[in-house]
Design a protein around this ligand. Structure first.
Ligand code: ADE
Length: 236
């Protein structure tokens, strides 16, 4: 999968492409991660990519033209670009089902990182397939949100996580939060591992994990027991 990130801070992304699961996917050639800086594509003689909001108000707005030109440059080298996703605090809430959908969405994906007070709505209307927010809080830019989305998507691509079974039991896999896990030693500072996990009765362990997962979900995220995901239907 080819992943294009439109960002005024390309320096935020090499870390993701070099380390961990995503780094491994890049080195194995399963993923190509490329950043595009709208400053390099601006029509403004002074290189400006932002301007004051019409109607007044605080802050600056990302101009439509540099973003459009940057996306057109992406399309010129990657005509198969399947989806354009804008990261903004007013997008639909990003959940695991979105990561799964985006991982299966096609050979390439573009993420546009918002900045300042946001991006000119006409760019979003013209180019974006969807707007996503990673949670109900405001970040200083879409870059950290894009890192989150990229990580969540890339690890779902075929062959990226070594043992696909490790994806099956995770939180949000359809059964809410995951059960607690333990490793050696079986007694640590006087605290023991739940007896059932030491017994080797796999059916009983499976039952215990399901019950623990359900109880934990009920305590921490009762909303997940009714319906997973965000209130809006996923986009087209
Ligand atoms: N930009 C600023 N805040 C954001 C958020 N919560 N999600 C996505 N992009 C953002």
């Amino acid at each position: 999968m080819r992943l294009h990130v439109l960002t005024l801070s390309p320096e935020a992304f090499p870390w993701l492409g070099e380390y961990g699961v995503v780094g491994r996917a890049v080195r194995a050639g399963r993923v190509e991660l490329r950043t595009w800086n709208p400053r390099a594509y601006t029509d403004d003689p002074h290189g400006r990519v932002d301007d004051r909001p019409y109607g007044g108000g605080a802050g600056m707005v990302l101009r439509a033209e540099p973003l459009a030109r940057t996306l057109e440059a992406v399309r010129a080298v990657d005509p198969a670009l399947a989806r354009v996703v804008c990261l903004t605090p007013h997008g639909r809430r990003f959940v695991q089902a979105d990561a799964e959908r985006l991982a299966a969405s096609g050979p390439s994906l573009a993420l546009v990182c918002g900045r300042y007070e946001g991006m000119d709505e006409r760019f979003v209307e013209t180019y974006a397939d969807e707007e996503l927010s990673i949670g109900d809080f405001v970040l200083s830019g879409g870059e950290t949100a894009a890192l989150v989305v990229l990580d969540a998507v890339v690890r779902l691509l075929p062959g990226v996580v070594g043992d696909p079974a490790s994806l099956a039991d995770e939180s949000f896999g359809g059964q809410g939060l995951a059960a607690p896990v333990y490793t050696r030693p079986s007694v640590w500072r006087g605290r023991t591992v739940p007896e059932i996990l030491l017994g080797g009765d796999h059916a009983a362990i499976e039952r215990w994990r399901r019950e623990e997962a359900r109880a934990r979900t009920g305590r921490r995220r009762p909303d997940l027991l009714d319906a997973e995901g965000s209130p809006d239907p996923p986009p087209r």
